[in-house]
Design a protein around this ligand. Structure first.
Ligand SMILES: Nc1ncnc2c1ncn2[C@@H]1O[C@H](COP(=O)(O)OP(=O)(O)OP(=O)(O)O)[C@@H](O)[C@H]1O
Length: 826
């Protein structure tokens, strides 16, 4: 049967889904052992358990000599869901009657367990038990908390507990006895509630046990003739379980259920208990409420449809309304004494228990579908926060529990006693495991240190390599500069003098010392690196051995440790240590990656500087082309051309380009920087760098070509003159080449080099020729406007000297070509 009910509130709406199904009362019977008092009184055993479900009660009054009743059976047989006799243990009773209710409880089904029977028959023993043999209360709560813990990763639980007694038809709060007598009320859902009862919310088993012990001390117990520790009240332990998914959603399913565990006071006969005064009065109340309970059971079990059940006759039946005929899975554990003296009580109890078998309860799952509104998100967030706190606390608790195991849990203590024999062995195993993990951690730490040292060595190595590369670059630059200067001076000085002043002899003396130190350091660093590698290999081997040892110990666990809990603890221990080791490994690799990233950042910064530099060069050249160069050319006083190596030579009137570098050729500087980057960067970056450098050069050359073309277009006069001249000589013909160059490259004032480069040897030579002509009176004077040689004879007169120069020039040109080829290796 399905019923759906909606309750819509201001903040959230509830959708209650009821799935009904009928379930019969579960009835168990327990026969306690014969007591010493009964034995003393010469009682005989008249109640027997025949099998797991059948019980036989013999009438001790029947006279075997009575002929009239000779054929009447003295025995009466009763069938129950389960039957126990004196040999049954507390655990067996719990497992067969109550354990099955726990699963239903955390799924939202109400449940009730109550102990019923005459006084002194073992109700309190079954429900509460003793320290050595705990009863249903303790075992149920233990298993409930265990079940909660097993599913607590997905589900969130809140457990509340209240403990009361009905004494003389009055309700007392056993957790807060000072609160006086409490009343029963029926809430809007028709459920009976005790107003003002103390409800303790906890999922800590230890706390619950303490509360239970405290409550039991408050319970009214008096000695009677029938029982030295007779309970003079009905004790009701109520446990409420509320459950919802941890994944908070706007539509949330909430389950709640109540478990009643009731230790009824025993029915008693005044003759048997010999009670007087207060005890007698108590007995009357007890009997009254038990009579009301019996009436309810009678009414509920009637099959002819007379369904009026008078729950209102006593507080006990009002409180148990749902448990008896409503929404609850109910288990009744009836208790009898096997003694012949208790025949009447036993027969009555068996009759009631037999009737109760036919009671059917209507069970439904208590389910709420809560759909939250947006306003509820804040509460969801705060719930999530408290969930984080809970998990943190749980971790801390687990850590402290490992140090101080919970001793209040009686079963835990028992398990500990059982495990005592294996403890020494387990301790040994644990020590070995911890030792193996500790050693692993130590080795991990040392490996991390070695990795760090290795990284430092790599950084130092890079620094020294850079020093050497810089020096190489500097040496190359100086050599080039020296060659340029030498060409300039070649006309004034003797060649033998120049050859003796080599760039190597100039630069090596100061710089080679620094470089030599760098080289020495490099050698030391290499040796250090080798040493570290060797140490690392040794440690890694040791680590592998330790891992193998820990694995073997883990394999031994199931064989050497018999207790499941201890095994679990050790497995958890292994897991924790493995995670610690993994964590250390991850930290180490994170550190290494961090260092690599830092190095790469340096490379990226250098690339950024190059880009910036190139951008500035392009900007300045563009400004130069767009502005001043054309103005000068338009005036007809400038000329620009290109030397053999592809460099454009501009007139001296053009502004000399000021480079942002420290007086070095930017492209050359770029080369040196690129090389240093290469030492740090990877091979694939090299390709990209070359491509970028090539592109940049093309842009620069393009700009130069535009400038040259523009200049040529505008200097028509010179072009006409040039056209009148014979065709340009082959570059291989030094004489023709020289005359051609002297025509084209003549300029009014000192030349400047495009891009700040040194002029080619030919160009320098042409300049020198001009100066030479000037000194002989046949050429233009320095700093004067250039004029063509007047006749070929004048040129011819220069021939012997020029031939000398030609030889030297050829030599220098080949060297210059070599140098240029190195320097501009795009
Ligand atoms: N199954 C059993 N095994 C051993 N001892 C038992 C058993 N059942 C009862 N006893 C003992 O019998 C005595 C009386 O039991 P108990 O107090 O539980 O009876 P009761 O039904 O709760 O009585 P009352 O209704 O007067 O409170 C106790 O000493 C208890 O230890």
């Amino acid at each position: 049967m399905l019923v759906v009910k909606y309750i819509v509130g201001s903040k959230y709406s509830l959708r209650i889904v009821h799935y009904f199904f009928f379930i019969v009362f579960q009835v168990a019977l327990r026969i306690r052992p014969l007591s010493d008092a009964e034995l003393e009184e010469g009682a005989t055993i008249i109640a027997h358990k025949v099998d797991d479900q059948m019980v036989v009660l013999m009438d001790p009054m029947e006279d075997p000599d009575d002929i009239l009743r000779a054929h009447r059976s003295r025995e009466k047989t009763y069938m129950f869901d389960v039957a126990f006799d004196y040999s049954a243990t507390q655990d067996e009773v719990y497992r067969s009657t109550t354990k099955g209710l726990i699963e239903g409880l955390i799924s939202g089904y109400n449940a009730t367990v109550f102990a019923y029977g005459p006084t002194g028959c073992g109700k309190t023993y079954t429900m509460l038990g003793t320290d050595r043999e705990p009863g249903i209360y303790v075992r149920t709560l233990n298993d409930l908390f265990k079940a909660i813990e097993e599913t607590s990763d997905d589900m969130q639980y809140s457990v509340s507990m209240s403990y009361l007694e009905i004494y003389n038809e009055m309700i007392r709060d056993l957790l807060n006895p000072s609160s006086g007598f409490l009343d029963l009320r029926e809430d809007s859902k028709g459920e009976i509630q005790v107003t003002g009862i103390t409800e303790v919310s906890t999922i800590n088993a230890r706390e619950v046990m303490e509360l239970l012990m405290k409550g039991n001390k408050q319970r009214t117990q008096e000695p009677t003739a029938a029982n030295q520790t007779s309970s003079r009240s009905h004790a009701v332990l109520q446990v409420g379980v509320r459950q919802q998914s941890r994944c908070r959603d706007i539509l949330q399913e909430v389950r709640f259920a109540r478990l009643f565990m009731i230790d009824l006071a025993g029915s008693e006969r005044a003759s048997q208990t010999q009670n007087r005064g207060q005890r007698l009065k108590e007995g009357a109340h007890i009997n009254r409420s038990l009579l009301a309970l019996g009436n309810c059971i009678n009414a509920l079990s009637e099959k002819n449809g007379n369904k009026y059940v008078n729950y209102r006759d006593s507080k006990l039946t009002r409180l148990l309304k749902d448990s008896l005929g409503g929404n609850s899975r109910t288990v009744m554990i009836a208790h009898i004494s096997p003694a012949s003296l208790a025949f009447e009580d036993s027969r009555n109890t068996l009759t009631y228990a037999d009737r109760a078998k036919s009671i059917r309860t209507r069970v439904k799952r208590n389910l709420l579908n809560v759909s939250y509104h947006v306003a509820q998100y804040t509460s969801i967030i705060s719930d999530l926060r408290s969930e984080i706190q809970r998990l943190k606390k749980k971790i801390a608790d687990q850590a402290s529990r490992q140090l101080n195991p919970d001793r209040t849990d009686i079963r835990h203590v028992q398990a500990e006693v059982q495990a005592h024999s294996t403890r020494a062995e387990m301790d040994q195993l644990r020590e070995q495991l911890i030792d193996a993990f500790r050693q692993q951690m130590d080795i991990r730490k040392r490996l991390m240190e070695l990795d760090n040292s290795n990284m430092e060595i790599q950084i130092d190595t890079s620094k020294h390599l850079l020093t050497i590369a810089d020096w190489e670059q500097e040496r190359f630059r100086r050599r080039k500069k020296w060659q340029g200067e030498r060409r300039k001076e070649s006309f004034n000085k003797d060649e033998s003098e120049k050859d003796s002043d080599s760039p190597e002899s100039l630069s090596d003396s100061t710089e080679i010392q620094e470089v030599a130190i760098a080289r020495e350091n490099l050698v030391t660093l290499m040796a250090e690196q080798k040493k570290i590698q060797k140490q690392k290999a040794g440690l890694e081997q040791r680590l592998a051995e330790l891992r193998e040892k820990a694995r073997r110990l883990e394999e031994l666990l199931p064989r050497r440790v018999s207790s499941e809990e201890q095994r679990e603890v050790l497995c958890l221990l292994c897991k924790v240590h493995e995670l610690e080791i993994e964590n250390a490994e991850m930290q180490s690799s994170a550190l290494l990656k961090d260092n690599v990233i830092r190095q790469k950042n340096v490379v990226v910064q250098r690339f950024e500087q190059h880009r910036h530099l190139c951008h500035e060069i392009i900007q300045q050249q563009r400004k130069f082309i767009d502005g001043e160069s054309f103005t000068g050319i338009r005036n007809g006083t400038e000329i620009s051309t290109r030397d053999e190596s592809g460099q454009t030579v501009a007139d001296g009137s053009l502004p000399k380009i000021t480079l942002p570098s420290r007086g070095r050729d930017p492209l050359q500087e770029m080369d040196s920087d690129q090389e240093s980057v290469h030492t740090l960067g990877s091979d694939n970056r090299e390709g990209r760098t070359k491509l970028r450098r090539h592109t940049l050069l093309q842009i620069l050359r393009g700009v130069q070509n535009i400038a040259v073309k523009a200049a040529r277009r505008r200097s028509k006069v010179l072009e006409v003159d040039a056209l009148r001249l014979p065709p340009p000589p082959s570059p291989l013909d030094p004489k023709k080449h020289k005359s051609n160059l002297s025509l084209i490259e003549a300029r009014p004032k000192g030349l400047v080099l495009w891009r700040g480069r040194q002029p080619s040897p030919e160009l320098r030579h042409a300049t020198s020729d001009d100066n030479l002509s000037s000194s002989t009176g046949e050429g233009p004077a320095p700093n004067s406007t250039w004029t063509r040689p007047r006749n070929r004879q004048a040129v011819k007169n220069l021939a012997p000297r020029e031939q000398d120069f030609d030889g030297r020039r050829r030599k220098r040109r080949s060297r210059s070509f070599e140098v240029t080829g190195q320097a501009v290796s795009f």
